[in-house]
Design a protein around this ligand. Structure first.
Ligand SMILES: Cc1cc2nc3c(=O)[nH]c(=O)nc-3n(C[C@H](O)[C@H](O)[C@H](O)COP(=O)(O)OP(=O)(O)OC[C@H]3O[C@@H](n4cnc5c(N)ncnc54)[C@H](O)[C@@H]3O)c2cc1C
Length: 406
């Protein structure tokens, strides 16, 4: 554990956990936190851990009192697994299910191909819980159950976050990691397609669970796509996206949408036959600006995770990008690279993969592609391998100051 400065114990909002920022010299404690991290999901926790390990005094503010289910396919790509390992997260010990295959199903066809990298799946609740615990162990002061309402520049060149209880936190540097949720004054553009995403857990019938086994299945239907894959605890995660105008046709009702997906994609109907839904209702989220990459930022404001870039969900690469952007932002901050420069460099590093992923996503939403893609996969499984490789954020696409000249 890295303890930058010595013996003061901060109590976090969750009474069961105690953080461990300590100092050997009380006079060295800054009156204001050195770095504020807003949002304690993948990107926020990853940035906090890395910052604390570099000796920074970090305060992480997360609005949820405890980790909860999030809308996510919960697929962990090879890059994500590598980054998590470096952060000290052992996904296998958390029960992650190895994923070896990807299966593509559209209309009445389905085909499979082996994944070109090792992958796994793990519920976000388990992953986020482990990340927060690791942040606390690294010495991060975690304030849970506090929502940031506003973030503004003060006259003395600091950032001031105003919390829902009216209190404020100030720091010269802020990492913005609020994921899908925008802060006023720091919003991302509209989502013109008006995507709606759902997640539901099922206990599949034993035969279907055995057939799903170690595969991630991608299902195509008019207006969107969905994925089903096993997660820990012997259950399966169905996560899907649909454009609002298609949802309108089924009266904006989950039951109707689920029935329509199964009608359009009999493979899903087969998977879900005899399945038991495990949540009272699905978790849903709207406003997903796929393809967005932040152009610039302001001094001292590093934007990471979904606040930096939003890759189409079918790639299963959002968590990897969240980890990658957090790692690169911490390296930039450590090298005193100004946030606007970092953000611009990050954008150019991510641009090619993002455009390719968008291009592929458009293809998935096209009726001709839906008809022929599983055939292509059957004839040439390499299609999936190539797509999977090209839409990945390669680890070497670093934007750390030492790796890319400005
Ligand atoms: C339908 C769908 C399926 C997906 N499937 C996958 C997949 O299979 N694999 C994959 O790698 N990626 C997937 N993604 C993408 C992935 O979920 C995100 O890219 C990733 O979670 C981004 O991490 P983050 O840390 O930016 O945001 P999050 O993990 O969402 O964390 C943001 C945190 O900020 C907190 N917060 C928000 N507002 C405030 C506030 N005002 N004050 C304080 N805290 C706040 C939230 O409570 C949250 O904990 C999917 C996305 C969607 C929409």
């Amino acid at each position: 554990m890295q303890c930058p400065v010595g013996a003061v114990q901060f109590r976090v909002s969750d009474p069961n956990v105690e953080s461990s920022v300590t100092t050997s010299n009380m006079n060295q404690i800054p009156l204001q936190d050195e770095v504020l991290v807003l949002g304690g999901g993948v990107a926020g926790c990853a940035a906090s851990i890395a910052l604390a390990r570099k000796g920074r005094v970090v305060t992480l503010i997360e609005r949820e009192p405890t980790p909860r289910h999030k809308v996510c396919g919960e697929f962990l790509s090879g890059e994500a697994l590598e980054d998590l390992h470096v952060l000290g997260i052992d996904v296998a010990s958390l029960g992650a299910v190895p994923i070896d295959y990807v299966r593509l199903a559209a209309a009445r066809r389905a085909a499979q191909a082996p994944l070109p990298f090792s992958a796994a799946s793990l519920t976000r609740k388990a992953l986020d819980t482990a990340l927060v615990a690791e942040a606390i162990a690294a010495g991060v002061r975690v304030e849970r159950g506090r929502s940031v309402q506003a973030l503004a520049r003060t006259s003395h060149n600091k950032w001031q976050a105003t919390l829902d209880d009216g209190t404020t936190r100030e720091a010269p540097t802020v990492f913005l990691a609020t994921g899908k949720h925008d802060l006023r004054g720091h919003t991302r553009p509209e989502d013109p397609q008006r995507w709606v995403a759902y997640k539901m857990y099922f206990r599949l019938a034993p035969g279907q669970a055995a057939e799903l086994a170690r595969a991630s299945e991608l299902m195509l239907y008019p207006g969107g796509y969905g994925g089903i894959q096993p997660v820990e605890g012997g259950i399966a995660n169905l996560c899907c996206v649909v454009q609002q105008r298609h949802l309108a046709r089924v009266g904006y009702r989950w039951e109707n949408f689920l029935a329509k997906m199964q009608q359009d994609c009999p493979h899903l109907a087969m998977r879900l036959s005899g399945a038991e839904p495990l949540l009272a209702k699905p978790i849903a989220v709207t406003h997903i600006p796929y393809g967005y990459i932040r152009r610039t930022s302001e001094d001292g404001l590093y934007c990471v995770g979904d606040q930096a870039a939003v890759i189409p969900s079918f790639t299963g690469d959002g968590i990897s990008i969240a980890l990658h952007t957090a790692r690169c932002a911490v390296a930039a901050h450590h090298a005193a690279e100004p946030a606007p420069l970092f953000q611009a460099k990050l954008r150019s590093a991510l641009l090619a993969q993002m455009r390719l992923a968008e291009f592929a996503a458009d293809g998935l939403n096209n009726s001709v592609s839906r008809a022929v893609l599983p055939l292509c996969l059957r004839v040439w499984p390499g299609v999936m391998r190539v797509t999977a490789r090209l839409t990945r954020v390669a680890q070497h696409t670093a934007v750390a100051p030492h790796a890319v000249s400005s």
